[in-house]
Design a protein around this ligand. Structure first.
Ligand code: CP3
Length: 340
């Protein structure tokens, strides 16, 4: 078992810097496209043999140090009682978005074993096959709330912010329900075999620090405190995190995921040297000539040394257009340049 990733999560000595890639299973891989030609995305997420197969595709192709469960953050939202579809053009669409108290009241806090048994089954299959640790994940409460209120992706998140500012009581009722769901969903993933968990807060960066502190941080802190009782590392990734570092320090997460818009050294300075960080290469660096990409990798590895621990990753998900050979070169470069 390659446990370099778990050691780095705990801030222990490692023989080299471990690397995994957000959205490492997906459309840039021809073998993923082959599976997707046969089934739609939600069916793929809900068929354990297939979900396990695509989880392992990048592991078999590259020397990655961790696998991430193949699923989507909106699977748990569907289980809360919303109708979910993925359209090729618009991305996710949730019909009947959350607007009133009655739409919040109708939402349930799902039991994972009953309503998402495929997730448990996928994790069990993966644990019997993988030679690297398995990361489970969930959307963080605020990011899930944005999808539930907007009904899908959004440009300025006006509907979300309106609810938040104009009806804080209703907004916090919604956040509480989502937070309970996230906690129970991730505890189930951990008990089924996930060896670390990541909370994706893709949209928390649309808020300034004061609003983040008031409307988002309490739920994140609560979820992380509960998850830490399970004894596995908790990673908290916030996209566009630069202005929020002071608040992220208080989240209680074992590892903070950093996007690429901030210099990793500055991020570590903002979080404090005792932190363990994950990141933060620009996903578009995979389109650079190899030598230039390697320079960026070296720079990030060097800066990562200032933290108590560093897990290499992109600063956000790998893009579907990414050349597969450059992803292979990236993983190889991280290992080669970081060998102790
Ligand atoms: O990282 C992995 O390899 C695990 C799988 C994973 C997916 N989604 C598969 C997926 C993970 C961890 C996610 C998280 C997710 N999903 C996030 C947070 C991370 C981030 O990227 O910010 C968000 C915001 C979503 C919601 C979502 N899912 C959107 C907006 C879309 C449409 C846009 C897009 O990228 O296609 C998806 C679809 C999705 N989720 C795909 C995959 C592989 C593409 C589906 C397809 O095959 O057509």
């Amino acid at each position: 078992m390659n446990d370099t990733f778990l050691k780095a999560c705990r801030g222990e000595e490692v023989p080299y810097t471990p690397v995994w890639i957000m959205r490492q299973a997906g459309r840039y891989l021809p073998e993923y496209q082959e599976v997707r030609a046969e089934v739609d995305f939600l069916t793929l997420c809900k068929t354990p043999e297939l979900a396990a197969k695509v989880t392992m595709q990048p592991i078999e192709r590259f020397g990655l140090d961790a696998a991430i469960l193949f699923s989507d953050i909106l699977i748990a939202v569907e289980a809360m009682g919303m109708h979910l579809e993925f359209s090729d053009k618009k991305g996710p669409v949730l019909s009947d978005p959350v607007r009133t108290k009655s739409t919040v009241d109708r939402l349930v806090i799902p039991d994972t074993e009953d309503s998402m048994p495929f997730v448990i089954e996928t994790i069990k299959i993966l644990r019997s096959h993988l030679g690297v640790p398995l990361i489970g994940f969930s959307g963080a409460p605020f990011t899930l709330a944005t999808y539930m209120i907007e009904g899908g992706s959004s440009k300025n998140f006006l509907k979300t912010k309106k609810r938040m500012f104009q009806n804080p009581g209703l907004f916090s009722l919604l956040m509480d329900k989502i937070t309970s769901t996230v906690i129970s969903y991730l505890i189930s993933q951990i008990r089924a075999g996930a060896q670390a968990v990541q909370l994706f807060d893709t949209w928390a960066g649309i808020l300034g620090p004061e609003d983040y502190k008031e409307y988002v941080l309490p739920s994140v802190k609560k979820a992380i405190a509960e998850l830490k009782k399970e004894g596995v590392p908790v990673i908290y990734f916030v996209n566009e995190c630069a202005a929020l570092l002071k608040e992220l320090r208080k989240s209680g997460a074992d590892i903070i995921g950093i996007d690429w818009r901030i210099d990793l050294k500055d991020a570590i300075k903002g979080l404090g040297k005792k932190c363990v960080v994950q990141g933060n290469l620009d996903p578009c660096a995979l389109f650079l000539p190899q030598e230039k990409m390697e320079d960026k990798v070296k720079d990030i590895l060097w800066k990562g040394e200032f933290a108590r621990g560093h897990i290499f990753n992109l600063g956000h998900g790998v893009l579907p257009e990414s050349p597969v050979e450059n992803v292979a070169a990236l993983v190889e470069a991280v290992h080669r340049f970081s060998e102790r």
